[in-house]
Design a protein around this ligand. Sequence first.
Ligand code: ATP
Length: 237
Amino acid sequence: MAELIVTQLQASYGSVQALRGVDLRVGSGECAALLGANGSGKTTVMRSISGLVRHTGSITLDGKPLAGDPGKIARSGIGHVLEGRHVFTGLTVRENLELGRYGAGKRSPSELTAVVDAFPVLKQKIRRLGSQLSGGEQQQVAIARTLMARPTVLLLDEPSLGLSPVVIDQVAEAMTRIRAEWNTTMLLAEQSTSLVLALATHFYVLQRGTVSYSGTEGSQVLWQEVHRAYLGADPAA
Ligand code: ATP
């Protein structure tokens, strides 16, 4: 069980109001996509959930308020793959992955086998240094490291940024497998539609810090809203 509910979330950076009352719900084991143009607030929603940004409103996990510092929130079961690849280049793939377990204060047995089984590319390169990996492999290390804590909710911030279609497919396969095995609840912020279409069943379109559309499945209305959000125009117009 890991149901994430966000109600009337507001956040500002100084005088810049980034979120103006965001409501969303991700049911246990579901994957919801947060879509929107640059600056619409996707990263701020994720950073608020994981305690990295001060906010008002309510964020609950299975009905309990998610509060406290980012370490406490991580220990509550929230895993956050930040935008950009954050890989320790001087450590091996294996060492990078093991750090994910300790970062979330996990003393339970390692999830290494399950995680590298989901990312076969990493299994082959488990002794390589981070510096010897391609950008796509580094992104997979960043995701896999967060999974090492076996989060009940995974926040993925633009994981497909800069990745080739082949690597996006590998990431989609890995996430599908993990979700099937662990029933992980996922919130995916994306600008690219291919990963979203492969994983998400619920969609939220953000525009200037508010949800302008929410729905299930990739309906025509959704894509019209996405188009409007990105380009300010209706594709049919
Ligand atoms: P992107 O797709 O470019 O990552 P986003 O949808 O994730 O964009 P946010 O990064 O959440 O959007 O930004 C929401 C708003 O907050 C934007 O107006 C942005 O300029 C502003 N903002 C974000 N981070 C900061 C910051 N550190 N200081 C000031 N303003 C910020």
